[in-house]
Design a protein around this ligand. Structure first.
Ligand SMILES: *Cc1c(COP(=O)(O)O)cnc(C)c1O
Length: 368
């Protein structure tokens, strides 16, 4: 048996003909830049996430940069974030000239540890940027409380958490601005790059819409130096069709997680994902921890099981951030987890037999 980490073909086949018809509509109107397709998808997303403004842009990375720019965050400012995330979270902060300030994570949820936030706040701090890692929202109640107390903005990096909820509210719609990524491996993946910015604030929405078209308003008059960062119309057309399946896909991922929990519960060598009782996760990844992670990974790969390490090196130890002075031992929880995490296949179309096979091979590794 073969179990890939992700099987996009299995996801696309059932919706392929609908997507092609929608793409044809774009071809027939030639509205390739911010036309009907983008507008319709943005409206569908506003409905789905119960948010006032959903603004498409070129990628999840750009969405983060646009969010920072809209809030006026620039050189001299500090933004607090997690060192245990995809590189784009911190690189967006760097790119606007601000400084990423890392804070260690909660060992159970892998998300920002709110108890450590206040110690990291300085007079330069402008915002907190939590990441809803692997599809599980960070503790937004505590983060929002601290942000309000210190008058800080919140930008939620929700690239991995579309449709997830914290205490009943959609992730990405709780802070001042939330972002999404439609990178193909995200739960709602495009057929290329794509991203989105979410906000309930009218003024920020207006600024974000201007910033994605070079900061112009009206055309050829530039209030700010913005980006050229639009959600591609063809991607929007495909995403509009796929969005209709998203709830079903997320439910299937949660079902798959349940089966893993059933089958692996008595295995002391590994820890299964812990989900905060206030969080509804969408399992962008199903990430276990294991002391002998590299051995287990090699064993699974030998048996044609796809698995991956997200993420092998904490951001404060990345070469490009050496000037920030981060060193080994700064964030022990994050550093320890980067040696132990392993993400297993969790995609919606997995069969029970495939999950059983993965679990059987995991058990086999520890009993041999
Ligand atoms: C994927 C991802 C991004 C970046 O999204 P792109 O669309 O690939 O630019 C940002 N943050 C996190 C946490 C991600 O997982």
């Amino acid at each position: 048996m073969k179990v890939p980490l992700l099987d996009l073909n299995a996801q696309y086949l059932p919706v392929m003909s609908e997507i092609k018809a929608e793409l044809d509509k774009v071809f027939s109107t030639h509205q390739y830049i911010l036309g009907t397709a983008v507008k319709e998808f943005e409206e569908d997303m506003q409905m789905y996430l119960q948010v006032k403004h959903a603004i498409g842009c070129a990628s999840g990375t750009d969405a983060l940069q646009l969010a920072l720019m809209a809030l006026g965050i620039a050189a001299g400012d500090e933004v607090i974030t997690t060192p245990f995330t995809f590189f784009a979270t911190a690189s967006a902060i760097h790119r606007v000239g601000a400084t990423p300030i890392f804070v260690d994570i909660d060992s159970r949820t892998y998300n920002l540890n709110p108890d450590l936030l206040e110690k990291a706040i300085t007079p330069r701090t402008k915002a907190i940027m939590p990441v809803h890692l692997f599809g599980q929202p960070a503790n937004m109640n505590s983060i929002a409380e601290i942000a309000a107390k210190h008058q800080l903005k919140i930008i939620e990096d929700n690239a991995q958490g579309i449709g997830a909820k914290y205490d009943g509210a959609f992730a990405g719609t709780i802070g001042d601005i939330g972002t999404l990524s439609f990178f193909p491996s995200k739960n709602l993946g495009a057929m290329g790059d794509g991203g989105m910015v979410l906000t309930n604030d009218d003024e920020l929405a207006l600024r974000l819409k201007q910033l994605r078209v070079h900061g112009e308003n009206p055309k050829y008059f530039h209030k700010w130096v913005g980006l050229n960062s639009r959600l591609d119309s063809l991607q929007a057309a495909a995403l509009k069709i796929k969005l209709r399946q998203l709830d079903k896909w997320s439910a299937q991922r949660r079902e798959n997680a349940k089966i893993y929990h059933e089958l692996l519960t008595d295995l002391p060598e590994i820890n299964l994902p812990y989900i905060d009782p206030k969080a509804l996760t969408i399992y962008n990844q199903f990430t276990i921890t294991c002391r002998d992670r590299d051995g287990l990974m090699a064993h699974l790969q030998k048996n044609d099981i796809g698995c991956a390490i997200y993420y092998p090196l904490s951001l404060h130890l990345q070469e490009c951030f050496a000037h920030l002075g981060g060193k080994k031992g700064d964030f022990p929880v994050c550093e320890d987890l980067s040696q132990k995490v392993l993400s297993l296949p969790i995609y919606s179309e997995l069969t029970r037999e495939q999950i059983e096979y993965v679990c059987q091979k995991i058990k086999e590794y520890f009993t041999k």
